[in-house]
Design a protein around this ligand. Structure first.
Ligand code: NAP
Length: 309
């Protein structure tokens, strides 16, 4: 369906797209570029595409679809490098976790605003690099397309078709709305995880070894999120400032209300909230976005693993 797909940035997301495009016959040819010599060598060893290199302009030259998969803060620089080398008909997209900032960074460097369709596959793991990717990463996950007012309808349709064949469900919204939705569903939860893990690491009266030994009490689940790539997440917070600050304001108010409920022994308030949150967990399982297996399915892997309050 796509003659030549070029993937720029061969990490978890880029290498998963390349793997899926090849395994599922979505692109006749896949070529890949990355700034890092070591990453390029590894991608070549893994056989991720027919051509792999650090000359990004050379890599995109004959491509029909170019997907930029580098950290959010590097997207403008990549667009500047590849812009002049693009075929006039080439569709350009990206996978960045923030959309408004990416549009502002990339659009000025692209030859045709009509061929630019930003996107964000809402799927990932805490691992990075070309080895971390896998074919099924996007299966039954959402990919959000955030066309600009200039994006041509046929380019949007081609990208929708591409992501559907990769295995994702596709939704469309404006870049600004995307950034607000992701602030609450992803960015602020990551900030909370980074914060609680940092707080635990700094507590002097609890030793590091105790934190690790008793982590199954809940802390361990935050550490998975807090192990996410530092470059990627630094860039997300620097590029989605307004929405994150707005949602954090709400979060702080709600946290203060919980603190008050605990201080005044208001068990009803706590019970009501915990009942509502449990229902949200159930609805995530109902729509197939997580497993209902105890301990996220880990008990099957390790019978000794326990959770508790
Ligand atoms: P990753 O595994 O760290 O891969 C990023 C790759 O881009 C690395 O190989 C990196 O090389 C390379 N790179 C960095 N700057 C570059 C530049 N200027 N030119 C060319 N290559 C460059 O990251 P990822 O997890 O795949 O994330 C990539 C993008 O996907 C980010 O925009 C992120 O917001 C988005 N995303 C991530 C997830 C997730 O859960 N991971 C989910 C959805 C969307 P070096 O390692 O040498 O710097």
């Amino acid at each position: 369906m796509v003659e030549r797909l070029a993937v720029i940035g061969i990490g978890l997301i880029g290498s998963s797209i390349a793997r899926a495009a090849r395994a599922r016959g979505i692109a006749a040819d896949v070529v890949l570029g990355d700034a890092s010599e070591a990453v390029v060598r590894r991608a070549a060893d893994l056989g991720l595409g027919s051509r792999v290199g650090t000359d990004l302009a050379g890599i995109v030259r004959d491509a029909d679809l170019v997907i930029v998969c580098v950290p959010v803060g590097a997207c403008g620089a990549v667009a500047e490098l590849i812009g002049p080398a693009l075929k006039p008909t080439a569709i350009v997209s990206d996978v960045g976790s923030v959309k408004g900032s990416i549009v502002r960074q990339m659009l000025p460097h692209l030859p045709d605003a009509g061929r630019f369709v930003p996107a964000h596959p809402v799927a990932g793991t805490e691992h990075s690099g070309p080895d971390a990717g896998f074919v099924e990463l996007f299966d039954n996950r959402w990919c959000i397309l955030t066309p600009t007012p200039d994006s041509a309808p046929d380019a949007v349709e081609t990208l929708r078709d591409f992501w559907t064949r990769v295995g994702a469900n596709v939704e469309t919204m404006t870049p600004e709305h995307h950034d607000l939705v992701l602030a609450i569903t992803s960015h602020v939860p990551h900030l909370i995880a980074y914060n609680i893990v940092g707080t635990a690491a700094d507590l002097e009266e609890v030793t590091q070894s105790e934190v690790i030994k008793f982590s199954a009490g809940g802390f361990r689940d935050f550490t998975r999120i807090a192990a996410s790539d530092p470059t990627m997440w630094r860039d997300i917070f620097l590029n989605n400032k307004d929405a994150v600050i707005e949602v954090l304001g709400r979060f702080s108010e709600d946290l203060a209300a919980l603190q008050r409920a605990i201080r005044w022994g208001d068990g009803d308030a706590l019970f009501d909230l915990f009942t509502r949150t449990r229902a949200i967990r159930r609805s995530i399982i109902d729509v197939g976005q997580d497993t209902s297996a105890a301990d996220f399915g880990r008990r099957a892997l390790n019978a000794a693993t326990q959770t508790g309050g």
